[in-house]
Design a protein around this ligand. Sequence first.
Ligand SMILES: C[S@@+](CC[C@H](N)C(=O)[O-])C[C@H]1O[C@@H](n2cnc3c(N)ncnc32)[C@H](O)[C@@H]1O
Length: 233
Amino acid sequence: MAGNFIDIMASSVWESEYLEVYDTILLNSEIYLTVRDFHVNAMRGCPIILDSCCGTGNTTLELLKKGHIVYAIDQSKKARDILRKKCAQYANRLPILNADAKHLTEFEDEMFDGISSMFAVYYINDFEQYLREIYRILKPNGIFALTGRVSAKNMELILKSYENSLREKGLLPGLNPEFSIFRKKFLNNVTKAVINCHTFKEMSDLLKKIGFKNIWESSNPYLGQCYSLIAQK
Ligand SMILES: C[S@@+](CC[C@H](N)C(=O)[O-])C[C@H]1O[C@@H](n2cnc3c(N)ncnc32)[C@H](O)[C@@H]1O
C-alpha cells in the first residue's frame, strides 16, 4: 500500500487520464519498444519472473507470449486493470498483485529467476529499499534488468521522439487528441513525480553495495536521459 505523502502524490499520476493514452502513444514509439524488448530479452532463460511496477503490462505481455510465468505487481489499480484485460489469455501464468514494490512481504526469499524494473525506480522515494527487496527475492545468479532515468530534464526531446514515431507511422494528425493529453500529463505531472535520478555509474555502485555482480550497461535510445542495465545476484 502507498505509505506516505510522496507515494500518494506519485500514485495519483497513475490513476489519471495519462494511463488511458499511455499505450496508444508508447506502443507506437520506437524508443519505448526498444527498451521493452531489451527487458524481454534480458529475461530469456528465466522461467519465473517478477515484472516490478508493471504498469499497463507491455513487458508482462511479451514475457507471457514467450511462455514465462510472470508475477505482475503495481500499486495503480488503473494500470492493473489495463494489464489484466490485455493479458487475459495468459491468466493461468499471471499472478497480479496490488503491492508496494519496496515491501514485498508476500514473496519468499530467492523466489524469482528474473526481475524486470522498467521506467519505475526514479518514482520511488526509498529506492535503496526497493533495490534491496529485489535482491532478497531474486535467486542466486538471478537476473535483474533495470531502466532508470539519468535526469528529468529535456523532456521535450523525448516527447519529440514519441511524436516523430507517430508521424512516421502516419498516425498524426489522427492521434493528436491523445498525444495532447499525453503531452500535458507527461510535462505537468509525470515529470514532477520523478524524484530520484542516477547515472549508470551511480546506480551501478549502489547495486554493487547491495551485493549485485556482473553489472553491464546496455545501450539505451532515450537520448542520454535514461540508462538500461543487467545485473546478477
Ligand atoms: C512509467 S510507469 C512504468 C510501467 C511499465 N513498467 C512500463 O515501462 O510501461 C511506472 C509504474 O510504477 C508504478 N509504481 C510506482 N511506485 C510504485 C511502488 N512503490 N510500488 C508499486 N508500483 C509502483 C506506478 O503505479 C506505474 O504504473
